[in-house]
Ligand binder design. Structure first.
Ligand code: GLA
Length: 385
């Protein structure tokens, strides 16, 4: 049986964005239940991931990591067993330095022991951070080291490297064996943060693909300022649902892993509608994993509307037109720029992935008005006109 770890961008939920250190087994089990009952699991969300702050501040006398008994009184194996009983997969967190970013013991010089411990607990996914890394060893070596430990620990554990794009990570991460890697600093629950992270990855579509995905960081969809951390929430109300829709659309078309960061126990209908849009998820999970390129000669579009295009396995194209401006703007997609001359006699039948309907057949170009911070997400099928 092929393992297929990371064959498509991993999807799941992670504790960090909303809960930071306020985590415990009840939260994990309730969230696993919600993953199933809300329909998230049926949409492809699979991993339930505990981020930082799960252990005691010291290893035990045998050098093993110890789950904090106040947070996880039944140990991690029990949590993993519960998550597995719901048909989901279980993720955990460590770091390549002496300590995690929040100051808990991390895996530097314990890599092979910790990989075995994670395997014994039933872990299926490991997020591996970059804090307190000793200057004496390059990050590249430490990610390769943990990848080696995980790939030989006796269990299939997906390796989620998280070095925030440092050390030219895209040049060596695929070769390390990691299935995804963070290319950016931490996301915040603001439109500015979403825009900055997304734009920082435009043009980098060749730095990802099947078995090694560019992770633009976890989603803030549905948080609405609900983070336990004032830094992540910036003390504000978060974003509008329109902004979350655009955030999700960009992460999806750019093949980022889709790791939910809100409290899924309290999702609004709008949040569910975004996170469970099967048409958009299908683009993210397209089996060929081709990157989304920025249409560079969109002279018709004006400066504020950017257009991302992704070739799909069945011959269709996914197109995401984003209005980054503060006013409603016109977006124009010239088919020529995608490779289609009108003289070919072909045009596109366009399907709107948010309205879930065919909007028509067009030759040469398609134009539409897009509200500020909103997007148009299309699936284009080549048709004889
Ligand atoms: C770093 C990572 C975050 C999160 C925190 C936990 O900042 O980038 O995603 O894991 O550490 O401390």
């Amino acid at each position: 049986m092929p393992k297929n770890l990371g064959k498509t961008p991993p999807m799941g939920w992670n504790t960090w964005n909303t809960f930071t250190d306020a985590i415990n087994e009840e939260l994990i089990m309730q969230s696993a239940d919600v993953m199933v009952e809300s329909g998230l699991k049926d949409c492809g969300y699979q991993y339930v991931v505990i981020d930082d702050c799960w252990s005691l501040k010291e290893r035990d006398k045998n050098g093993k990591l110890v789950p904090d008994p106040a947070k996880f009184p039944h140990g991690m194996k029990a949590v993993a067993d519960y998550v597995h009983s719901r048909g989901l997969k279980f993720g955990m967190y460590s770091c390549n330095g002496t300590h995690t970013c929040a100051g808990y013991p991390a895996s530097f010089e314990h890599e092979f022991t910790d990989a075995k411990t994670f395997a014994k607990w039933g872990v299926d996914f490991l997020k591996y951070d970059n804090c307190y890394k000793p200057d004496t060893v390059p990050g590249e070596i430490l990610y390769k080291r943990m990848a080696m430990a995980l790939r030989n620990c006796g269990r299939d554990i997906l390796f989620s490297a998280c070095n925030w794009g440092a050390d030219g990570v895209h040049n060596w991460i695929r070769e390390s064996g990691a299935q995804m890697y963070r290319s950016t600093g931490d996301i915040q629950d603001t439109w500015n943060s979403i825009v900055n992270l997304a734009k920082s990855q435009f043009g980098k579509q060749s730095q990802q693909g099947v078995y090694c995905w560019n992770d633009i960081d976890m989603l803030v969809v549905g948080m609405h300022g609900g983070s336990n951390s004032s830094w992540i929430g910036e003390g504000g109300m978060g974003c509008t649902d329109t902004e979350y829709k655009t955030h999700f659309s960009m992460w999806a078309i750019m093949n980022s892993p889709l790791m939910i960061g809100c409290d899924i126990r309290n999702m609004s209908d709008a949040t569910k509608n975004i996170l469970m849009n099967k048409d958009v998820i299908a683009v993210n999970q397209d089996p060929e994993g081709r990157g989304a390129y920025l249409l560079n000669s969109n002279g018709w579009a004006g400066v504020n509307v950017k257009i991302l295009v992704k070739a799909l396995e069945n011959g269709d194209y996914a197109i995401c037109m984003v209005n980054f401006g503060d006013h409603r703007g016109m977006g124009t997609l010239c088919f020529w720029d995608m490779g289609l001359p009108a003289a070919s006699g072909y045009g596109f039948e366009l399907y709107d992935c948010w309205e879930h309907e065919v909007i028509g057949r067009y030759s040469e170009r398609y134009s539409c008005n897009i509200e500020s911070h909103d997007c148009k997400f299309l699936r284009a099928k080549l048709v004889k006109m």
